[in-house]
Ligand binder design. Structure first.
Ligand SMILES: Nc1ncnc2c1ncn2[C@@H]1O[C@H](COP(=O)(O)OP(=O)(O)OP(=O)(O)O)[C@@H](O)[C@H]1O
Length: 195
């Protein structure tokens, strides 16, 4: 690392994970709004994958990013394609996502919205200080109401299940229908800003 680069590293990395439709985007968007875009940025590890996919398949990138049908139609193919690349270089998409969302490394706080593998956690911990791990959970009933249905090859794949037995979460938060998610959003925001 060149002299002076140290101050261009984030002070905190909030690394979120959780199963499909548990509310990762919902919660991370809320935290991003609360902390503010001057200080923090959302880094989506799936961003570079979707960008590549959109370019090569002539799809709308925004639609692939959003919570819609198109993402679901292409999810399995994107997982299979990205596995091959990750197999040879587990940090590849982490680095690409940082380049995509905070190229100038100007933000103090990174909110990584979609860690899916132990290697994602390992890569961030190996490269950055103060990485906080947050697992969002929601019961199947709630997830179904949000549009989730079980898809073989997706919901039983490594991308969904690898972090099921991960230990050492800094927060495990329940985001079920009826839960007041403002409480844990406040707690995460307050503890991040007082670091
Ligand atoms: N606490 C909540 N209150 C109200 N709506 C919520 C809440 N959490 C999630 N939702 C809604 O549920 C849907 C799925 O949530 P979201 O897209 O955040 O899930 P996700 O975990 O990011 O899913 P995926 O893994 O498919 O990207 C969205 O329409 C979102 O607005």
């Amino acid at each position: 690392m060149a002299a002076g680069d140290e101050r261009r590293r984030p002070t905190t990395v909030l690394l979120f994970s959780g199963k499909r439709k548990c509310g990762k985007d919902y919660v991370t968007d809320a935290i991003h709004k609360r902390i503010g875009p001057e200080k923090c940025v959302i880094i989506r590890l799936s961003g570079p994958i979707k960008k590549y996919w959109a370019q090569t398949k002539s799809l709308q990138f925004d639609e692939l990013l959003s919570d819609g049908e198109m993402k679901e139609q292409h999810r399995k193919a994107m997982i299979d394609w990205s596995e091959n690349i990750r197999f040879n270089d587990y940090g590849y998409f982490c680095r690409m996502a940082i380049e995509m969302y905070d190229q100038n490394k100007s933000k103090e706080i990174w909110i990584v919205s979609d860690a899916r593998r132990k290697t994602d956690i390992a890569w961030f911990k190996a490269n950055y200080n103060n990485v906080k791990l947050i697992r969002i959970t929601a019961d199947e009933c709630t997830r179904k109401e949000r549009g989730w249905t079980f898809i073989q090859g997706v919901d039983d794949a490594q991308s969904e299940c690898d972090l099921d037995d991960q230990l050492g979460w800094d927060w495990i938060v329940q985001n079920n229908k009826g839960d007041n998610c403002n409480d844990f959003i406040n707690e995460i925001v307050n503890s991040t800003l007082t670091l």
